[in-house]
Ligand binder design. Structure first.
Ligand code: GUN
Length: 284
């Protein structure tokens, strides 16, 4: 039997409606609208699309949405200056510096310059540390969205084996921490793991975040497993595809996220959720 499709678009729409309501309530009560500023350095076409979508979603949620475009040759101190200005601006509750940054800029330094209370990406070491130790910081939007989808689908995590393929700070590592916090037994593996297919085959839940189109084959999936595909790749024909060979995997999986329409929309929804939360915390 083919797997159930997990509709990220629909789940994201319900999160966004919830956030819109919370933002309206906050504005009615305090006169403050959540403010999100996205900084884009350079003109990477994919980043430009992502940033535009984030801005549009923030507008629709009733936020004060701003975008700062900087040229590709912006010097690191200039970018740090922009971040410092946003840190000091009380109308800005969330700051997002779109990654990747041009090579001459040290992304780590820029992320560390963001006030952790405005780090709605959850990438600052303070927030990463809070996730590690079980505190209430900001959770990176993609892993947060994954958890939200699993909750929506009522996927049992306690005692289950979750296999996370990929170890980035943006997705793999925080996803593993979140799954662990829900009492899953977690394995983090990656492109250099020996006999990766055998490891993936042990997963009741598989989170694929390696960034290689179709790398995870259907034969690697345990029958009935829940497969979350974070990949956003282009195939030879230029079509958007995930890290999982979808048509194969859906024959074996119990449930699976499509690409597009799976994890992608959730990332933006959780960014709005984090920004609204940052505004609420700033007022309390
Ligand atoms: N580039 C791709 N995804 C993300 C994200 O979630 N946050 C930031 N800042 N940059 C990204």
């Amino acid at each position: 039997m083919a797997a159930r499709l997990i509709d990220g678009k629909a789940i994201a729409a319900s999160v966004r409606a919830e956030v819109r309501e919370k933002a309206a309530e906050l504005a009615a009560r305090t006169g403050v609208r959540p403010g999100l500023t996205v900084v884009l350095v350079g003109d990477d076409p994919a980043s430009r699309v992502y940033v535009r979508n984030k801005g549009k979603a923030a507008d629709e949620a009733g936020f004060v949405s701003r975008q700062i475009d900087l040229p590709a040759d912006t010097k690191e101190p200039e970018l740090l200056e922009v971040v410092a200005r946003l840190n000091a601006d009380p109308s800005v509750h969330g700051i997002l510096v779109q990654l990747p940054l041009p090579k001459h800029i040290d992304a780590k330094k820029v992320i560390e310059a963001i006030d952790p209370r405005k780090d709605v990406d959850g990438l600052h070491p303070v927030n990463a540390g809070l996730l590690f130790t079980g505190g209430a910081g900001f959770i990176p939007c993609t892993p947060y969205g994954i958890l939200r989808m699993l909750d929506h689908e009522k996927v049992e995590l306690k005692g289950k084996h979750a296999v996370v393929v990929g170890r980035s700070n943006l997705v793999g590592k925080p996803a593993a921490m979140l799954l662990l916090s829900r009492h899953a037994t977690v394995t983090i593996c990656h492109s250099r793991t020996e006999d990766l297919p055998s490891v993936v085959r042990t997963g009741d839940v598989v989170v694929a975040a390696v960034g290689r189109g179709g790398m995870i084959r259907g034969s690697w999936i345990k029958p009935g497993a829940v497969v979350i595909d974070v990949g956003m790749n282009r195939d030879a024909a230029g079509k958007l595809c995930g890290d999982v060979a979808f048509e194969e995997a859906r024959q074996t999986a119990g449930a699976i996220t499509p690409v597009p329409g799976g994890v992608g929309p959730m990332t933006i929804a959780m960014l709005l959720q984090n920004t609204c939360e940052a505004a609420l915390r700033a007022l309390s």
